[in-house]
Design a protein around this ligand. Structure first.
Ligand code: C2E
Ligand code: CA
Ligand code: CA
Length: 652
C-alpha cells in the first residue's frame, strides 16, 4: 500500500515548535506541565514510528519480521496513549481529577491502558491487533477496538471540558470541543482510508490549540518580574507535602514603595520592584516566589544554613538605597520563617502563618527574622474573627455603652461617668475593648464605632433626667483616628445638636499617643469644640513617653492618671514619689486630675491626699449598663450613707 506519511512529518514539526515555545519561557515543574510535555512526546513518538513502520512495511523483506512487529507495536501504543494522557491532563487542569466523575474516568483510563498494553504486547502471538501474512500487513480482529478506545477517550475529553468546574472561556471551550470532534473524524477517516496517515497530524493540531488555550505556561509565572508566583508557591508546598518533606519558608515583605508610587507614579514603583527583585535574584540562590504585593518567599530544607545567609544578605542589602531614575529610595524589609509541618501543615496554614508573623514583625517594629509560631497564627486568626464580628456589629449597631461612675471629691458626689463601649459575641462572649479597639483602628471601623458610641451616649443623656440624677458630664473616649478627621468637630456637634445635648455635658478623652500625630488637625478640632463648651482630658497619663509638652501646648482641662500609675504607687515608694510630683506638676498647670483604677479605700485616700479631684474605679463601681447606672445614681446617696458613710466622708 502507498501510505501518505507527510502528515506525520508535519505533526513532528508542530510538536517541536510547541515544545520550543514552551521551553523558551520559565516553567514550573508542575504535574500538568509534565503531562503536557508527555502528550507532545507521545505524538512525536507515534509519528516517528508511523513513518518508520511505513518504511519497514515497504521493505518488509529487508527488515526482520520481529522489527516490523516492534515498530508497529510502539506506534500503536504511543498513539493510543496520546488520548489517555490527554484525558488525564484535562481532568487535572479542570480540577475534576478528585471528584466522583473524575475518579470513574480514571478507572476507565486505567482499564483502557491495561487493555491496549496487553493486546499490543501479545499481538505477535495472538494476532489480535495486526499480523503479517505472506509479507503483508494485516489487521487483526481487535484492531477496531483500539479505535473505539481512542473515540471513548476523546468523548471523555469533550465531556470533561463541558462539565469543567474551572471557568473556561467560551472560545477555549468551543475550540477544544471542535478539535476533539475533528480528532474523532480523523480517526474515522484513517480507519476507512488506511493509507491516509492523518491521526497524528490532527493530534498535533490539537496539541497546538491546547498550548494556546488551556495550557497556560504563565499560570505559575509572574510575567513582569519573571519569577514564580503565588500559585507556583502553593503548588510547590503541595508537592513537598506529598513527598512528606519537612521544609522552612523564608518570607519577606518590603516596605517604602508608597513614596515612589505617590511621588513618581505607580509605573516607577513597579520598575523599582523589578530592580529589587533582580538584585535579590543575583544575590540569593534558590527559587524566589512572588506571593503578592511586595511579599516574596524562598523555600529551604529545614535547618539549612542558607536561611540565615539569605536573611543576613537581605538585611545587609536593604541598608543601602535602591535607585529608580537616579533617585535613591530607602526601602525596609520584614522577614519571617515558617516551619512546615510544625507550625503550618497545609498551604492555607502556611499563608496564615506568614501573614501573622510579618504582622507581628510590623507590630514589634522588628527588622530581624521573626520565627512564626502557632500562637502568632492563632492571635492573628482571632483578630480576623474579631474584625468580622466588628463589621457585623457596626452594621447592626449592636455595640453597648456602659457607664462607670466618677466620684468628685469636691462635690462629694458621683457627678460624672466614663462611657465605655462593650462588644458581645455569641461565641466569644464579651470581647474586651483593649482587644477590639486596636483592630477597629487598623481596619478603619473605629470611625463608625465612635459614632455609634457617641449616638448612644447622647441618646442616654437625652432620655434620662440627668440633671436630677446629679450627672454633670460624661467622658467619651476619642480614638486618634477620629481626631485626625478634619471635620470631626462639626460632626460631633451635629450629633449633640440632634439630641439637644448641651456641649458642656461632654468631656472628650484623648490618649497620650497623639503627640506623634498631626497636631494641627487635632488642635483645630479641640479649639472648635472647646469654643462651644466641651472639655478635653488627657487619657492614660503616665503610660506613654514622659513628654509633658502637650500639657502646655493643648487646651486640656483634665488629666486622667492611668490605673497602672495608681497601682504602681500603691506598691512602690519610688513610684509613689513620682506620682506625688506628677500630681503637683499637673495641679500647678491649673489642670484637674482624675485617677482611674481605684480599687481600695486606701488608694482613694492616697489619691485624695496628693490632690486628685476625681476618682474612678471598681471600689465605687464597675462600668455598668445605662439602667444600672441610673439605679446607681438614684441610690448613690443612700449607698454613701449606708455602705461608705464614714469612709467617703473621710474623702471630703
Ligand atoms: P481607658 O480609657 O483607660 O478606660 C478605663 C479602663 O479601665 C476601662 O476598661 C475600665 O473598665 C477599666 N477600669 C476602671 N476602673 C478599674 C478598676 O478599678 N480596676 C480595673 N481592673 N479596671 C478598671 P475597658 O472598659 O475594658 O476599656 C479599655 C479601654 O478601651 C479603655 O481604656 C479605652 O482606651 C478603650 N475604650 C473603651 N471604650 C471606648 C470607646 O468608646 N472609644 C474608644 N476609642 N476607646 C474605648
Ligand atoms: Ca478613657
Ligand atoms: Ca487607662
Amino acid at each position: 500500500m502507498n501510505y501518505i506519511f507527510h502528515y506525520d512529518i508535519a505533526a513532528i514539526l508542530i510538536c517541536i515548535i510547541v515544545g520550543g515555545l514552551f521551553f523558551s519561557k520559565k516553567h514550573f515543574p508542575s504535574k500538568s506541565n509534565r503531562l503536557f510535555l508527555c502528550i507532545g512526546a507521545l505524538i512525536i513518538t507515534a509519528s516517528v514510528f508511523d513513518i518508520i513502520s511505513v518504511y519497514s512495511l515497504n521493505h518488509i523483506g529487508t527488515f526482520p519480521l520481529w522489527l516490523n512487529y516492534i515498530v508497529n507495536q510502539i506506534y500503536f501504543f504511543s498513539f493510543n496513549c496520546i488520548y489517555i494522557v490527554y484525558l488525564i491532563y484535562l481532568l487535572l487542569i479542570t480540577e475534576q481529577n478528585k471528584d466522583r466523575c473524575g475518579k470513574v474516568m480514571k478507572v476507565v483510563n486505567t482499564f483502557a491502558l491495561l487493555y491496549i498494553t496487553l493486546s499490543i504486547v501479545l499481538t505477535p502471538w495472538l494476532k489480535t491487533i495486526f499480523y503479517f501474512e505472506n509479507d503483508q500487513y494485516m489487521h487483526g480482529p481487535l484492531h477496531i477496538s483500539l479505535y473505539i478506545i481512542a473515540f471513548t477517550m476523546l468523548g471523555g475529553c469533550i465531556f470533561t471540558i463541558i462539565t469543567s468546574k474551572r471557568k473556561i472561556n467560551n472560545m477555549h471551550l468551543v475550540t477544544t470541543c471542535v478539535i476533539a470532534i475533528i480528532a474523532i473524524a480523523a480517526v474515522i477517516i484513517q480507519f476507512v482510508w488506511n493509507d491516509l496517515l492523518l491521526v497524528n497530524f490532527v493530534a498535533s493540531l490539537m496539541y497546538f490549540m491546547l498550548f494556546h488555550s488551556l495550557q497556560n505556561p504563565d499560570e505559575y509565572l509572574d510575567k513582569e518580574l519573571d519569577i514564580f508566583n503565588m500559585k507556583a508557591f502553593l503548588q510547590k508546598i503541595v508537592n513537598l507535602h506529598d513527598k512528606k518533606k519537612k521544609f522552612t519558608v523564608l518570607a519577606f515583605e518590603m516596605e517604602g514603595f508608597q513614596f515612589v508610587d505617590q511621588f513618581m507614579g505607580v509605573e516607577r514603583g513597579n520598575d523599582l520592584l523589578a530592580t529589587v527583585v533582580k538584585d535579590c535574584n543575583k544575590g540569593l540562590k534558590g527559587e524566589m516566589y512572588h506571593l503578592d504585593g511586595t511579599r516574596f518567599a524562598y523555600i529551604f530544607d529545614q535547618k539549612s544554613k542558607d536561611i540565615e545567609e539569605h536573611a543576613e544578605w537581605l538585611k545587609w542589602r536593604f541598608v543601602t538605597a535602591f535607585h529608580v531614575k537616579r533617585v535613591a529610595v530607602n526601602l525596609t524589609v520584614r522577614m519571617c520563617t515558617v516551619d512546615f509541618p510544625e507550625v503550618a501543615s497545609t498551604r492555607e496554614e502556611m499563608l496564615n502563618a506568614i501573614d501573622s508573623a510579618l504582622e507581628f514583625a510590623k507590630e514589634e517594629n522588628s527588622y530581624d527574622v521573626v520565627i512564626a509560631t502557632k500562637e502568632m497564627t492563632e492571635k492573628h486568626q482571632r483578630s480576623a474573627i474579631i474584625s468580622h464580628i466588628l463589621k457585623s456589629a457596626v452594621r447592626n449597631k449592636s455595640f453597648e455603652v456602659y457607664f462607670q461612675p466618677i466620684y468628685s471629691i469636691e462635690d462629694k458626689a458621683f457627678s460624672a461617668a466614663e462611657a465605655l463601649v462593650r462588644l458581645r459575641d455569641e461565641e466569644l462572649g464579651f470581647i474586651p475593648p483593649d482587644e477590639f479597639i486596636p483592630i477597629a483602628e487598623q481596619t478603619g471601623l473605629i470611625l463608625e464605632v465612635g459614632d455609634i458610641v457617641f449616638h448612644k451616649v447622647c441618646d442616654f443623656l437625652q432620655s434620662e433626667n440627668v440633671q436630677d440624677l446629679g450627672i454633670r458630664y460624661v467622658e467619651v473616649n476619642l480614638s486618634m483616628v477620629q481626631c485626625m478627621q478634619e471635620d470631626l468637630h462639626k460632626h460631633l456637634k451635629s450629633i449633640m445638636d440632634k439630641y439637644q445635648i448641651p456641649y458642656n455635658m461632654i468631656d472628650f478623652e484623648v490618649t497620650e499617643t497623639f503627640s506623634t500625630s498631626d497636631n494641627r488637625i487635632l488642635m483645630n478640632n479641640m479649639a472648635n469644640l472647646i469654643d462651644s463648651g466641651c472639655t478635653f482630658a488627657v487619657d492614660d497619663y503616665g503610660t506613654g513617653f514622659s513628654n509633658t509638652d502637650y500639657l502646655i501646648e493643648f487646651p486640656f482641662d483634665l488629666v486622667k492618671l492611668d490605673k497602672s500609675v495608681v497601682w504602681a504607687a500603691t506598691d512602690n515608694d519610688k513610684a509613689m514619689k513620682v506620682l506625688e510630683h506628677t500630681a503637683a506638676m499637673i495641679k500647678s498647670l491649673g489642670l484637674k486630675i482624675v485617677a482611674e483604677g481605684v480599687e481600695t479605700f486606701e488608694q482613694a485616700l492616697m489619691l485624695r491626699s496628693i490632690g486628685c479631684d476625681f476618682l474612678q474605679g471598681y471600689y465605687f463601681s464597675k462600668p455598668v449598663p445605662p439602667v444600672e447606672y441610673v439605679e446607681f445614681m438614684k441610690t448613690a446617696d443612700k449607698c454613701i450613707k449606708e455602705k461608705l458613710t464614714d469612709r467617703l466622708a473621710m474623702l471630703s
